[in-house]
Design a binder for this molecule. Structure first.
Ligand code: ZN
Length: 109
């Protein structure tokens, strides 16, 4: 069972209290962008075996969106943080690097 802590209201609960919203930190492209950029934005997603950054919504709580960093194989949660940032906080990146030596941000290979 995936256990998440909402960074907005501070409640820690099982994943059934939340709703997954897909990959976090997408670069958004809209009208006026190239067809390739728009297609990539719409359809291309990371699907790593390991560290992943996701959007979650606290649907049975405060209703707010937030981001979570977790491992897709072990369900270990490295941290949750505001959805108002363009990249994960440095302390979460440091935590991941300590637990997954050699891992770097945006290196999902
Ligand atoms: Zn909440």
């Amino acid at each position: 069972m995936l256990i998440l802590t909402c960074p907005v209201c501070g409640v820690t609960a099982e994943e059934t209290e939340f709703h997954a919203g897909g990959e976090a930190h997408l670069t958004r492209f809209g009208p006026g962008s190239s067809d390739d950029d728009f297609e990539t934005y719409l359809f291309m997603r990371e699907n790593p075996k390991g560290v992943h950054f996701e959007r979650w919504r606290h649907v049975y709580g405060c209703g707010k969106w937030f981001h979570a960093a977790r491992c897709t194989t072990t369900l270990e949660v490295f941290g949750t943080y505001s959805a108002q940032v363009t990249q994960p906080p440095q302390e979460i990146l440091d935590t991941i690097s300590k637990k997954r030596p050699g891992w770097t941000w945006r290196n999902f290979a």
